[in-house]
Design a protein around this ligand. Sequence first.
Ligand SMILES: [Zn+2]
Length: 182
Amino acid sequence: MKFCSQCGKTVVFRIPEGDNRERFLCESCGAIHYQNPRIITGCLAVWEDRVLLCKRAIQPRSGFWTLPAGFLENGETATAGAERETWEEVRAKVAELELYTMFSLPHISQIYLFYRAQLIDGIFAPGEETDAVRLFHEADVPWDKLAFPVIRDTLQHYFRDRANKEFRVHAADIEISRDIRR
Ligand SMILES: [Zn+2]
């Protein structure tokens, strides 16, 4: 950040009085520009015994398979965001959303929330940022072509919980070393 979004003057990066970490602040109008983690919300959508995955058409990880998900918007609930992203990316309508996995990724300041959900009518199609959409049986999941570790972890939890006939929420902190090992 270079300029104040309130008044347009140059900002400085230092610890404001009474705070404990550096922020962008404007010495002209006094505005402190806080930057906090972003939330990504999405769905693990299920139809009968299959899960819905989509192939990314955009970077990063273009050509790899993922769950429909994206940045939560201001003024939106996390479930509404997951439903909206599912509609935008795979043109599917979902219901019965249940929070399923939460990942904290401090090295990129992101929080991921995935909901288990049911496809309402089994209809789907690629959205703007998607190359292909498919339902996968457990045996057909392209494990070596998944876009991100959080996708793999969510799917692994799902198939394990389903086999045990008991779903619970899974929360995890993912450190940077794990990303590198992908
Ligand atoms: Zn300012």
